[in-house]
Design a protein around this ligand. Structure first.
Ligand code: HMG
Ligand code: MG
Length: 300
């Protein structure tokens, strides 16, 4: 059976964009529920500037209080050495650095050019290697940029190759504003695959235009076996106005199980978690799968 690894990014990519305050205890309960549903990699928070992303300002408090479980990893975002060193003091064993394939997005998101960001990541990789911490690389705007429009797949391939050359174990390809379609995503993947082995690529697709499931399917057929997703489809990016959350974890699990792949995730428990976090945030679950399964349960 084909195994697919799901990287749950809801507590980070999801909650970083919440307009309401989500207290640390709720974030921790969300992560605990996700782990109980079978998620083994849960991106927990970001060690970024609290002035840039106030929703992640409780990163230290969260990592200090988060219970650890064997076989479960809690990667965190670290844009620079300052973030990395702070994360390290909280026992973090995996971090993610994030670059972009578009200059304007890089400036708006991390206040530097793409080449400056690569330079800034260098000491993070060196420190991570010394400390035995794994580093995942993100590339944002792999299809389109909110400020510049369509992005050249060759540019994405170049930045992805740079992230690998720095020492990433995997590169996650972000369709940050969710405008991609299977055709544009495949054009991008074909270019990236000439520089980075497919086994080291992950799909990170936001669902703004409702294409994320189609893009996961196309990427799976292309050979990708790692996908990022967000429970209940929470989120967006504070520096990509109007973009909605990642593909909902429930939707990607339903899709992959339907294709005969295994994820290790219990869909029923995941749906419970999606309903729970939606209640906490006072809204309907953002996943069609959750809404359908919840309605079915209530009709029995
Ligand atoms: P800067 O202003 O250029 O940084 O921001 P600086 O080095 O000049 O420092 C300015 C202030 O920030 C200083 O504080 C530093 O101490 C502090 P002050 O002296 O003014 O009080 N600072 C920090 N504080 C905490 N943790 C740190 C840190 N670094 C500096 N690590 C910086 C540069 C990168 C810090 C800033 O732009 C930033 O934090 N950006 C984060 C943006 C972000 O988190 N965006 C969302 C995540 S990316 C995403 O969602 C896309 C993704 O999902 C994939 C996709 O969908 O495409 C991954
Ligand atoms: Mg994202």
């Amino acid at each position: 059976m084909t195994q697919v690894r799901i990287v749950e990014v809801g507590p980070r990519d999801g909650l970083q964009n919440e307009t309401q305050t989500v207290v640390t205890a709720t974030k921790i309960e969300l992560i605990e529920r996700l782990v109980a549903a079978g998620l083994r990699t849960v991106e927990a928070t970001s060690f970024v500037s609290p002035r840039w992303v106030p929703q992640m300002a409780d990163h230290a408090e969260l990592m200090a209080a988060l219970p650890r479980h064997p076989g479960v990893t809690y990667p965190v975002l670290t844009p620079n050495l300052k973030g990395f060193e702070a994360a390290l003091t909280h026992g973090v064993r995996e971090v993610a650095v994030f670059a972009a394939a578009s200059e304007s997005f890089s400036q708006r998101n991390i206040n530097c050019s793409i080449s400056e960001s690569i330079e800034r990541f260098q000491p993070v990789f060196e420190a991570a290697q010394r400390e035995g911490v794994r580093v995942r690389g993100y590339v944002s705007c792999v299809v389109s940029c909110p400020y510049e429009g369509p992005v050249d797949p060759q540019r994405v391939a170049e930045v992805a190759a740079q992230m690998m050359a720095l020492g990433s174990y995997e590169v996650s390809l972000g369709d940050t504003i969710g405008t991609g379609t299977p055709a544009s995503v495949l054009r991008m993947l074909e270019a990236v695959a000439t520089r980075v082995p497919v086994a080291q690529l992950a799909g990170h697709y936001h669902d703004t235009y409702g294409m994320a499931a189609a893009n996961v399917h196309a990427s799976y057929q292309f050979g990708l076996r790692v996908f990022d997703s967000s429970v209940s489809g929470l989120g967006g990016c504070p520096y990509a106005k109007g973009a909605s959350g990642n593909i909902a974890t429930e939707d990607v699990v339903y899709l992959l199980h339907g294709l005969g792949a295994t994820t290790g995730i219990d869909l029923e428990r995941l749906v419970d978690t999606s309903v729970w976090i939606s209640q906490q945030l006072g809204r309907e679950p953002g996943s069609r799968v959750t809404r359908a399964m919840f309605a079915k349960r209530q009709s029995i």
